[in-house]
Design a protein around this ligand. Structure first.
Ligand SMILES: Nc1nc2c(c(=O)[nH]1)N[C@H]1C(S)=C(S)[C@@H](COP(=O)(O)OP(=O)(O)OC[C@H]3O[C@@H](n4cnc5c(=O)[nH]c(N)nc54)[C@H](O)[C@@H]3O)O[C@H]1N2
Ligand SMILES: Nc1nc2c(c(=O)[nH]1)N[C@H]1C(S)=C(S)[C@@H](COP(=O)(O)OP(=O)(O)OC[C@H]3O[C@@H](n4cnc5c(=O)[nH]c(N)nc54)[C@H](O)[C@@H]3O)O[C@H]1N2
Ligand SMILES: [Mo]
Length: 773
């Protein structure tokens, strides 16, 4: 059961993305799953009609294309879930919870699948078996004892299927609260908020087919080579046909540079590869809003020049007149912003911004993609609204080959929101639920992730239930989040694998083991399919392929129904009957949610169906009925006031990111191939000149302390300094190891998303380094 820990190494990676390196890595994870042949058969069913939806990312595929679509990291996700190793009562008899807490996140998940329901016994500090019905009864007892339903928190992670999510929100609202903290609060919340205000929908406006028609694709703050590998193929095709692919990323991520196609034999044998971009800009952390505003300012300048000389206009005036408002105020804002502050804040030269603007202008059809490098900042909402402003100027929304593409994270995070996992639910959703189910739906806003942690810390919330995920590790300010969970009367984790959230127990605690995407889900009515929604609003069915490891695991819908029945009886629905056949859940979804009419028939269509997107059809569900320019001021300074108040200058600004061998808090291995890191995760990437300036040496161990104007010391210890090609003044470290550094009250304006990509830090020689510096 011990894990091999190879010697830490660090050597720059020279190969292309994907290619042989990916194949070698997949083979390793295959064999390590202990059931390679079964998993291979299952993998060939990934993203196929009649197969299961990849439990990896939310990238979509062409619905018509019959080819096998999986990638290195999708294969890792499948092999990780479909393992023979098990964490059962015998495992917990051997290990106390305190002992397990000493293990790494990597070790914990590696131990295998959770296979039976367990209850924490404080006396022996161990989990012990409990019957399902007793577990449900215990939850009901706790929930019914609360003086108000608002004292319970119901977390969701984005793997939950539409069916599970719909039942869950129905149960929680019938119980009486909108407390739905979810992983989206830490992820693309800013995208939903920003686009909702600007164009009336919180989702991407493009579909897969648009990528083949775009003349330019801008990719901001995203590392698709690791996190959305299936996106590399359309990018490569785009470059091949002469489209521009323009990246904004402080790191020259390998996956944005070169790509070798593992399914093209010739390219593999000749070790050839294709470039993936035609322009690469490396902004300051948080500098994208200034860079984007620089681009729009150049467009405005050229527009005025064109008007003066009678050349064709730069702006799409017909679109602006017919579809938008707020243009004048926005242009005034552009005029009021001086070039010097744009240059300073973006971290780019005016020449670079001009070059990006020129590429943008020359393209007839532009898609802008973005991910966590954009959404996890103080001013993320304003930055995303600047992306929208840019696209509006040239009418780049709502026509083929053009639009907005927030590339989602978890495979069904978008669907969960569609199903009503929302702490600030729209009135239309609540009205529809009330009409269909005839109970008084709670109207007050609920808690998001940050608010839930605060409520638990202050004793205002006493029960935590997690539908998937790893709340203890995914959230910021880890010691305080852990304390918040420990203060609860009851913590419940519905999970596939062991993680630190199971070890961060309330007075009472339960582990409820569930089926994953790959497992066959048998109910009274036979094997069931679930449905998911990808980044392009395509809804499709997913059928598990593998025999579950234990008969004691239950599906997520069955677990939610079991809890609901214990708490509410058969109100407002017959929960058990719904779970017998998920078509019945989908009928309720069809009855209540727009776009799902005739759900059961349409989802059986190969490739699924498109949910539609009003903004993609130039219908704007905003108060004015128009797409709205948002004239947000630039931040006066990127460094937050709460850092400036400390009176101390940060040594570096830190972003936290994912290695190639992890899925969020799930660590598959200790390598980060494309960044040249092997056998280690507690590393700090920094620029060689900065390392020297601070008086350190590459390879030295340091403690990292973050700056924030409260009395709390936030510190992580013993991180190895790696000299890396990173802009001056910046640093990067892996999530979740660096999460203790993110202050709980450092979050995005209007999004509440922790600022995981902008943390002011100071470095100290490691306390336990044993050397004198
Ligand atoms: N294999 C794998 N796949 C995944 C995941 C995983 O962990 N593993 N996670 C899933 C989830 S939930 C999500 S949300 C996505 C995450 O997908 P990504 O957003 O790609 O994930 P991160 O590793 O956080 O990478 C952020 C990228 O933004 C850059 N960046 C950071 N700050 C800035 C900035 O201020 N400006 C700019 N322009 N760039 C910046 C970083 O250098 C990095 O390349 O992936 C999903 N898919
Ligand atoms: N510092 C920092 N913090 C971050 C981020 C960052 O970039 N930097 N990224 C944020 C982002 S984008 C996100 S989305 C969150 C992720 O937050 P979460 O979604 O909460 O975390 P995960 O690591 O994806 O959850 C992993 C656990 O989910 C369980 N699991 C896996 N599959 C299933 C399933 O099918 N069903 C159920 N019920 N459980 C399952 C397993 O037990 C596993 O241990 O983290 C956020 N936190
Ligand atoms: Mo995410």
């Amino acid at each position: 059961m011990s894990l091999q820990r190879p010697d830490p190494r660090y050597t720059p990676y020279k190969g292309p993305a994907a290619g042989w390196g990916a194949l070698r890595s997949v083979a390793h994870f295959w064999l390590d799953s202990k059931q390679p042949f079964k998993n291979l058969r299952a993998l060939l069913k990934t993203n196929q009609n009649g197969g299961f939806d990849c439990p990896g990312c939310a990238w979509g595929d062409s619905p018509e294309d019959g080819r096998i679509k999986f990638c290195e990291n999708g294969a890792k996700a499948v092999n990780w879930e479909a393992t023979q190793r098990r964490v059962d009562a015998a495992f917990f008899a051997r290990h106390s919870v305190s002992q397990l807490r000493e293990q790494s996140d990597y070790w914990l998940e590696y131990q295998g699948r959770l296979t039976e329901p367990l209850r924490y016994d404080a006396e022996s500090d161990r989990y012990r078996p409990i019957a399902w019905d007793a577990a449900f009864a215990l939850i009901a007892e706790h929930l019914k004892a609360l003086p108000s339903p608002d004292q319970a928190e119901f977390y969701t992670s984005g793997r939950a299927s539409n069916e599970a999510a719909f039942l869950y929100q129905l149960f929680v609202r019938a119980y009486g609260t909108n407390n739905f903290p979810d992983c989206s609060n830490m992820c693309h919340e800013a995208s939903g908020v920003a686009m909702g205000q600007s164009i009336g929908v919180g989702k991407g406006t493009v579909t897969f087919a648009d990528f083949a028609r775009a003349d330019a694709i801008f990719i901001l703050g995203q590392n698709p080579g690791t996190n959305h590998p299936r996106m590399l193929e359309p990018l490569r095709e785009a470059v091949k046909r002469g489209a521009q692919v323009v990246c904004f990323n402080p790191l020259k991520e390998r996956g944005l540079e070169r790509f070798q196609h593992p399914q093209h034999p010739l390219e593999m044998l000749t070790n050839g590869s294709e470039p993936l971009n035609t322009g690469f800009f490396r902004p300051a952390l948080g500098g994208d809003m200034a860079a984007l505003r620089g681009i729009t300012k150049f467009l405005l300048q050229w527009e005025r020049e064109a008007a003066a000389t009678g050349e064709p206009a730069v702006f799409d005036h017909a679109f602006l007149a017919a579809h938008t408002d707020g243009l004048d105020a926005y242009l005034a804002q552009l005029d009021a912003t001086d070039w010097a502050s744009l240059e300073r804040q973006s971290g780019l030269s005016l020449a670079e911004i001009e070059q990006a603007a020129r590429t943008y202008r020359q393209a007839e059809r532009v898609i802008v993609c973005w991910a966590m490098g954009i959404t996890q900042h103080l001013h993320s909402v304003a930055t995303i609204q600047e992306i929208v402003n840019l696209q509006l100027l040239r009418g780049q929304i709502g026509r083929p080959g053009a639009g907005l593409c927030p590339v989602r994270g978890h495979s069904n995070v978008q669907g969960d929101r569609t199903m009503g996992i929302n702490d600030r639910p729209p009135a239309t959703l609540l009205d529809a639920l009330e009409r269909r189910f005839r109970f008084l739906v709670p109207r007050a806003p609920g808690h998001n992730t940050v608010e839930a942690i605060e409520a638990m810390r202050e004793g205002r919330a006493r029960v935590f239930i997690g539908l998937g995920g790893n709340f203890a590790q995914a959230t910021p300010d880890s010691p305080r989040t852990h304390e918040a969970l420990r203060r609860c009367a009851l913590t419940v984790q519905i999970s596939t694998k062991l993680n630190r959230s199971h070890l961060t127990v309330g007075r009472d605690a339960l582990i409820l083991p569930c089926l994953g995407r790959t497992d066959i889900d048998r109910q009274a009515g036979g094997p069931q399919a679930v449905t998911v929604e990808d980044s392009f609003s395509m809804i499709h069915a997913s059928y598990g392929q593998l025999e579950p490891l234990s008969g004691e695991m239950r599906s997520e819908p069955a677990i939610v129904a079991g809890i609901a029945r214990a708490v509410l009886g058969d109100h407002p629905v017959d929960w058990q009957a719904l779970v017998a056949d998920y078509d019945r859940i989908r009928e309720l979804i069809a009855d209540t949610l727009p776009g799902f009419a005739d759900f059961n028939r349409r989802v059986r269509h190969p490739g699924g169906f498109y949910l539609g997107n009003a903004a993609g059809e130039r219908r704007w569900n905003t108060p004015s009925g128009r797409a709205t320019f948002k004239a947000n001021p630039l931040l006066a300074e990127l460094l937050p006031e709460r850092v400036r108040n400390t009176g101390r200058r940060p040594d570096l600004i830190l972003q936290t990111l994912r290695s190639h061998d992890q899925y969020n808090t799930t660590v598959y291995g200790l390598d980060d191939r494309y960044r040249g890191v092997r056998g280690q995760r507690e590393v700090l990437f920094a620029n060689a000149a900065d390392i020297q300036r601070m008086g350190f040496r590459p390879g030295q161990k340091v403690d990292i302390v973050s700056l924030w104007d409260d009395a709390i010391e936030r510190r992580v210890q013993g991180f190895t300094l790696l000299d890396y090609d990173i802009p001056a003044g910046q640093a990067a470290a892996y999530y979740p190891e660096a999460n203790p550094l993110v202050p709980l009250d450092s979050y995005g304006t209007g999004s509440f998303t922790p600022t995981s990509k902008f943390i002011a830090i100071r470095l100290e020689p490691a306390r336990d380094d044993g050397r004198i510096h």
